[in-house]
Design a protein around this ligand. Structure first.
Ligand code: ATP
Length: 236
């Protein structure tokens, strides 16, 4: 079993903007953790720091006890789909995954497996530029899964998925967690998170508002939406 993700005092300032402000929380191993917050709360910036794409102003974000950039073979440990990791529009879906598979040390057979896993086998020879948002999301997931990672970090993967796609994504994330994968997933779709996550982290204005089991958050019978609005609209 791995050690999960540990975020300690993580801070990022962009000029005068305090995007992430002294954030500390743990993401337990082998669970699905929902990462929630209003627009501009600092979720994407946090995920980008976790993946070594943005340098923190202060603090650290560790995956299995190490910074992403210090992991020996990061793509085999961590699969990620965050915004701005998009495919070239002129490239065919399958070719896009082949290039990534080579970089991740994954076999060509693994490309077939992940295409099948995300339901893109039938459109694998189409150019990515013609893909719908939902299809691009599935392709992002396929690239994240290529290295058969122990950690999966996804930024808004439900965005653009149709109801069947959402149900599929829920099943996939639950199954991966059952197999021991640690899943951190940001989302605005609270009903999806309520059905998928074991654990929830809520941020507002770059600060932590809640980190803990989903069951504890709505223990008083309030829905996740009630709790979310209470935690993200109060001024304290
Ligand atoms: N590269 C950047 N330069 C300047 N400001 C930035 C940059 N990246 C993010 N910000 C600012 O940091 C804050 C947090 O943004 P971030 O994208 O992390 O929030 P978010 O929670 O992911 O939002 P959303 O739910 O809308 O995607 C915002 O005020 C945003 O404008």
């Amino acid at each position: 079993m791995t050690n999960g993700i540990t975020i300690t005092g993580l801070t990022k300032r962009f000029g005068a903007v305090e995007a992430v402000d002294d954030l500390s929380f743990d993401v337990p191993a082998g669970r699905v953790t929902g990462f929630l917050g209003p627009n501009g709360a600092g979720k994407t910036t946090t995920l980008r720091m976790l993946l070594g794409l943005v340098e923190p102003t202060a603090g650290e974000a560790l995956i299995d006890g190490q910074r992403y950039q210090d992991l020996g073979t990061p793509r085999r440990v961590v699969g990620a789909a965050v915004e701005a990791m998009s495919a070239h529009p002129g490239r065919r879906a399958r070719d896009h995954l082949w290039v990534l598979a080579a970089a991740a040390g994954a076999s060509p057979e693994r490309v077939d497996e992940v295409l099948d896993q995300v339901g893109l086998t039938d459109v694998q020879h189409r150019r990515v530029g013609g893909f719908s948002l939902g299809m691009r999301q599935r392709l992002g997931l396929a690239s994240a899964l290529l290295g058969d990672p122990q950690y999966l970090i996804l930024d808004e993967p439900a965005n653009g998925l149709d109801p069947a796609g959402m149900a599929w994504l829920r099943g996939l994330l639950r199954r991966l967690a059952t197999e021991g994968c640690t899943v951190l997933v940001s989302s605005h779709v609270l009903s999806e998170v309520a059905q998928t996550a074991d654990h929830v982290v809520i941020v507002n204005s770059g600060r932590l508002r809640y980190a803990g089991p989903l069951a504890d958050l709505d223990a008083d019978g309030a829905s996740l939406e009630d709790a979310f609005l209470r935690l993200t609209t109060s001024t304290s």
